[in-house]
Design a binder for this molecule. Structure first.
Ligand SMILES: Cc1cc2nc3c(=O)[nH]c(=O)nc-3n(C[C@H](O)[C@H](O)[C@H](O)COP(=O)(O)OP(=O)(O)OC[C@H]3O[C@@H](n4cnc5c(N)ncnc54)[C@H](O)[C@@H]3O)c2cc1C
Length: 405
């Protein structure tokens, strides 16, 4: 009897983790990863470090257990009824179980002059940063660039700006929001981050939108101000890649809709990672992608056939050379302030450029932000996970194991 076949569409971070865990758990089926990129799966989170030259492309390759890798192999159609997938070269392949791990595409903002005149790809000098190929193109152009503009001041924009600054150009970030990374940081942490960027030579324009790229290659802001640039990087968020799922009749919201088993709306089809929407949430982060991959590997390998994905706690961590932060749990970004039953403890060290905040509900830790000094991140994550009482001395959570602040 032939072995069961698990086909994974996409060969990125979620797919690699699924394949590696499935093998480690002793799964018996044949697993194939179909990836449209020509590369073996790699750690996308480290792309900015590849850009700066800290790592070479090979160093960020991810393990995939015993899986077969079909690289440069785009899946163009699915037939969930017949359990068949079709590749771009017309070949069809049967599967027993299908895992969608197609990730996300960079979101292109509505900026005039962004595309080439023929309506094709992005205009020369304009880049997104999602793949190793993007990284290679960007690194080459950054060598000769004197000025660079990053559009978007979220995690990706900050990480790209820091990397570009290390390569030489003068970098400016244009961000529409009121402060940097507003989805994860509060105003004080964002201000400390802005100061840290300034010391690297990165200027930040807040509350402003890029509206056009001029003929002369400048970025024109909504207030009419123009920034001259040799290089423009778009970091305006991502959109889950759902076209394939949609065309094959699967239920799609913002992402491919999945339940706690990570099962999509058709039998034998699952979705994990940036393309999946669970309980109304599309995470777009590596941590949740891996947690989903772990649950699905446990189910499909038979190690824990009843494993369920309960959702992921908000946890974001950026490690961008000298700039580091972690934000997790409830960090109360509501400008109106936290709920009444919530206390916030903050420590700011302007000399060291560090900022720490704990959010307590009663005697329980429910959220934290650390910027510039992540020595306590492990202790905090564990305290949040264990839901222990910290009635006596919540401040000890802000100190390292050696007692230093
Ligand atoms: C520069 C950068 C920095 C980041 N930094 C952080 C960070 O600090 N922290 C964090 O948590 N997250 C970060 N992220 C996000 C993180 O990388 C993603 O959440 C993670 O990669 C999601 O994994 P995935 O497998 O769902 O998608 P991906 O890793 O994008 O993999 C999807 C793969 O599927 C392929 N594919 C799509 N459609 C098809 C098809 N039809 N056929 C075949 N192959 C297909 C794609 O080409 C791609 O290779 C960052 C992302 C970038 C780009």
């Amino acid at each position: 009897m032939s072995r069961r076949h698990i086909a994974v569409v996409g060969a990125g971070m979620a797919a690699a983790r699924f394949a590696e865990r499935y093998s480690a758990l002793g799964g018996k089926a044949r697993v194939t990863l179909y990836g449209s990129e020509p590369r073996a799966p790699y750690n996308r989170v480290l792309l900015a470090d590849v850009l700066t030259g800290r790592y070479d492309a090979e160093a960020i390759t991810l393990p995939t257990g015993d899986a077969d890798l079909r690289l440069g192999a785009e899946v163009v159609a699915l037939d969930p009824g017949a359990r068949l997938l079709t590749l771009a070269d017309g070949a069809t392949e049967p599967y027993d179980e299908l895992v969608l791990a197609t990730g996300a595409n960079p979101l292109l903002p509505p900026i005039r002059g962004l595309r080439r005149e023929d309506g094709g790809g992005l205009r020369e000098g304009v880049h997104a940063l999602r793949t190793l190929a993007d990284c290679a193109r960007l690194a080459e152009e950054a060598m000769d660039a004197k000025r660079a503009v990053v559009v978007g001041g979220g995690v990706l924009g900050v990480s790209a700006a820091r990397a570009l600054a290390a390569l030489g150009p003068q970098v400016e970030i244009v961000h529409q929001g009121p402060h940097l990374i507003e989805r994860q940081l509060d105003e004080d942490a964002a201000a400390a981050l802005r100061d840290a960027l300034l010391t690297l030579g990165v200027e930040v324009y807040l509350g402003n939108r890029a509206r056009a790229l001029t003929e002369a290659g400048e970025v024109e802001l909504a207030d009419g101000y123009r920034l001259s640039t040799d290089l423009t990087v778009l970091a305006c968020g991502v959109r889950p890649r759902t076209a394939l799922a949609h065309a094959s009749g699967l239920a799609v919201g913002r992402g491919v809709l999945v339940d706690d088993r990570l099962a999509a709306s058709a039998p034998h089809v699952f979705a994990i990672g940036d393309c999946a929407e669970h309980a109304g949430v599309v995470h777009g982060l590596a941590g949740p992608a891996w947690e989903q991959a772990d649950v699905l590997a446990a189910r499909l390998s038979g190690a824990d056939p009843d494993a369920r994905y309960p959702g992921s706690r908000p946890l974001a961590r950026l490690s961008a050379g000298p700039i580091e932060y972690a934000a997790f749990g409830e960090v109360h970004l509501d400008p109106a302030g936290p709920d009444e039953d919530v206390d916030e403890l903050r420590l700011t060290d302007a000399t060291r450029g560090s900022y720490k905040k704990l959010v307590m509900r009663g005697d329980r830790l429910v959220g934290a932000i650390l910027l510039g000094d992540l020595a306590t991140v492990g202790d905090l994550a564990r305290a949040l996970e264990r839901d222990d009482s910290h009635a006596d001395a919540p401040l000890h959570l802000l100190t390292t194991t050696h007692g230093a602040l």
